[in-house]
Design a binder for this molecule. Structure first.
Ligand code: RET
Length: 133
């Protein structure tokens, strides 16, 4: 399957606000976050992926091993501790984040040469698309 690796620039962002509200992110932080042009840098080192969400304001980085549950602290986002498990479901890289918030996780996949990311929490779904830099 097409590789997720590379540097990606956000071209669309639908319902980021709803997702952030579901996470309990403050109005103040949401206003800042909504204005950001996000970049994703995804690297693979052996069986490890590093996914960086980069903005001028704040950067969030996570290292994952597929099929290997880990403790994630969502530092600078909603600052929660979750148990995260990332798996391949066909061509999609799917993460479930178990913790205080129900139905929390994300899915990354490539479609038409673009990186698609769906973020969900409780009943909210945010859809972001990135083009290759
Ligand atoms: C920003 C700015 C500060 C407020 C919020 C942010 C959101 C970050 C998100 C990151 C998602 C990361 C994923 C990583 C996958 O491994 C932009 C840092 C809320 C939603 C899906």
């Amino acid at each position: 399957p097409a590789s997720l690796c590379g540097t990606w620039e956000m071209i669309s962002n639908v319902n980021f606000e709803g997702y952030m509200i579901a996470l309990g992110i403050s109005t103040y932080l949401r206003k800042i976050a909504m204005k950001l042009k996000l970049k994703k840098v995804i690297e693979q080192h052996g069986d490890k992926y590093v996914i960086k969400t980069i903005s001028a304001f704040r950067t969030y980085s996570v290292s994952i091993r597929v099929d290997d549950e880990f403790e994630e602290f969502t530092k600078g986002l909603d600052n929660r501790h979750v148990k995260s498990l990332v798996r391949w479901e066909g061509k999609k890289l799917v993460c479930t984040q178990t913790g205080e918030k129900k139905n929390r996780g994300w899915t990354h996949w490539i479609e038409d040469g673009k990186l698609h990311l769906e973020l969900h929490c409780e009943g909210q779904v945010c859809k972001q698309v990135f083009k290759k830099n």
